[in-house]
Design a binder for this molecule. Structure first.
Ligand code: B1M
Length: 219
């Protein structure tokens, strides 16, 4: 099987949510010396974009989204150690969660993988994270950066609620706050009072590093 065929197979099987085939092709690609980033960016992510487009058109429903998501997550487990390989000392601690009311986690997990690859210690507090859980986790882990993901227009307002609660707990000055997720924009991040926003996992790493460097230079 050529690398092109593996990529095409990965796209097609992720689209139909055939998790065993996606896992097998991912393992085959890696064993064959393929670049893990190519598997991710040239096959898996485009497949989920297509799933989203079909859902919008009414050709796919929630169960189809779910099985495609599961197939993608299985492949991410294989890619995680390869994408996150780093021998470096921790550059900082990043606390990450998907906001309350939102169960999407693939994008969040991908950001985590990239951050780990860039040397961050990542503490993932999961999905549907309530404001009080963010506050408790900040007290417990004392992160440099708090990252919040929201993937639905209906859950984006939770950023503002979370930031308000972090403020009320007297912790706002101690952490940098970053937000992201498919419907989020820089303008929205500014409105809710976040310190940073990124559109995708690789820019999230860059923004996190820049914000941390600025904060450290200021103190
Ligand atoms: Co949902 N879903 N979903 N879904 N789902 C979307 C998000 C949607 C865009 C589909 C569509 O209509 N085209 C739509 C949202 C519309 C909107 O509000 N704008 C949608 C909907 C409507 C819903 C439900 C409401 C459907 C229903 O029940 N009627 C429901 C909501 C459930 C809930 O959360 N309460 C729902 C459910 C689900 C499943 C559970 C079935 C499943 C999730 C599985 C899982 O995550 N474990 C699912 C899936 C798979 C999708 C799509 C198809 C794929 C999402 C994904 O993983 N993308 C999605 C369509 C799409 O995205 N095109 C869709 C790949 C991922 C790598 O990209 O998530 O954008 P992304 O993450 C990026 C960036 O956003 C960024 O970096 C990531 C990596 O590059 N990023 C950050 C993310 N977090 C960041 C944080 C940062 C910085 C950057 O700093 C802190």
């Amino acid at each position: 099987m050529s690398h092109e065929e593996i990529l095409k197979g990965l796209f097609d099987e992720t689209l139909v949510g055939n998790a065993p085939a996606v896992l097998e092709l991912t393992n085959k690609g890696i064993a064959d010396g393929m670049d893990p980033s190519s598997i991710l960016f040239d096959a898996l992510i485009p497949a989920l974009e297509e799933v989203g487009a079909r859902f919008e058109r009414g050709d796919f429903f929630v169960p189809e989204m779910l099985i495609s998501g599961k197939a993608m997550s299985g492949a991410l487990n294989v890619l995680r150690p390869l994408l996150a390989q780093t021998g470096a000392e921790s550059v900082g601690t990043f606390l990450m969660g998907t906001v309350k009311g939102d169960v999407h986690d693939i994008g969040k997990n991908l950001v985590n993988i990239m951050l780990e690859g860039a040397g961050f210690t990542v503490i993932d507090i999961g999905v549907q994270v309530a404001p009080e859980k963010f506050v408790a986790a900040i007290n417990e882990h004392k992160p440099d950066i708090v990252g919040m993901s929201a993937f639905l227009t209906t859950t984006m307002p939770m950023f503002k609620v979370n930031i308000h609660e972090i403020n009320k707990a007297g912790l706002r000055d101690q952490v940098i706050i970053m937000v992201g997720g498919a419907p989020v924009t820089q303008e929205y991040a500014d409105v809710v009072g976040a310190d940073g926003y990124a559109a995708d996992a690789s820019s999230a790493v860059k923004v996190a590093k820049d914000l941390l460097a600025k904060r450290r230079a200021a103190v």
